[in-house]
Design a protein around this ligand. Structure first.
Ligand SMILES: [Zn+2]
Length: 243
């Protein structure tokens, strides 16, 4: 039975496995290249010398406006706990743009390192890490999801497993002319739960994204996870931007 369900399922499992093997190979290659071509002592923004391994020089670091307060996204009866490492300005904005559009993973690592600092500083507790997904179309154009990159880095350095739990089915870009309520509604139908309900039953999930603006994306991703058995979702983003 060439095209039976079992046959197709087997094929999909193999694809999944291959994807994981390739991702791990890329990581090993990245580590090897880092050892051979170490540029850890150069700032990811200005190329100046860094005193430690933070990828940022003192001058660039001093320009960051850190966001120290926990905040909540509220919608109807639900509120989601959120943390952002910094405000979306100057150096942080440049680092996110570099990671997002210029494949600058050094900036990505620097962002993830500082986001990890928030986890320890605020003593944020969670069982799994996941990330805000992007559509297949965008993933194909960009080649990677910057939020997944951040989540993967944090997962490896905190030793907490990352799960791919959400899928984005449509883009919510055409929002011009929509009021705030319509924007929220428009984003609501974009996400689908693709994980295993049993895996996240009564578990606390850390949801990673690069930038939070209206909070609608993070809210609906969190709601999807809670509606599919998660006990609680805490959002952590690299930056917080104004609406
Ligand atoms: Zn610098």
């Amino acid at each position: 039975m060439l095209f039976s369900f079992e046959y197709l399922k087997g094929k999909l499992d193999i694809m999944d496995m291959l994807k994981k093997v390739i991702t791990n190979l890329i990581y090993v290659l990245d580590c090897t290249l880092n050892l051979v071509y170490s540029d850890g002592d150069k700032c990811c923004i200005c190329d100046n010398y860094c005193e430690d391994t933070s990828f940022l020089c003192n001058s660039c670091y001093s320009k960051i406006r850190f966001c120290t307060e926990k905040y909540y996204i509220k919608e109807k009866i639900r509120e989601i706990e959120c943390y952002s490492m910094a405000y979306y300005s100057s150096v942080i904005k440049e680092m996110i743009v570099n990671l997002k559009y210029k494949s600058d993973f050094k900036s990505g690592k620097a962002l993830a390192e500082m986001m990890q600092g928030i986890i320890y500083e605020k003593n944020i507790k969670f069982d799994y890490i996941t990330f805000v997904p992007m559509t297949k179309k965008y993933l194909k154009i960009r080649g990677y999801n910057q939020s997944e990159f951040l989540a993967q880095y944090i997962s490896r350095h905190t030793d907490v497993k990352m799960l791919e739990l959400l899928k984005k089915n449509k883009d919510s870009k055409d929002q011009i002319g929509l009021d705030s309520d319509e924007r929220w509604y428009n984003i609501r139908g974009c996400f689908e739960f693709i994980g295993n309900k049993n895996d996240i039953k009564e578990k606390n999930i850390l949801l990673i994204d690069d930038v939070i603006t209206t909070g609608a994306t993070a809210f609906y991703c969190a709601e999807k996870l809670i509606n599919n058995n998660a006990n609680n979702v805490i959002v952590l983003t690299a930056a917080k931007s104004k609406i």
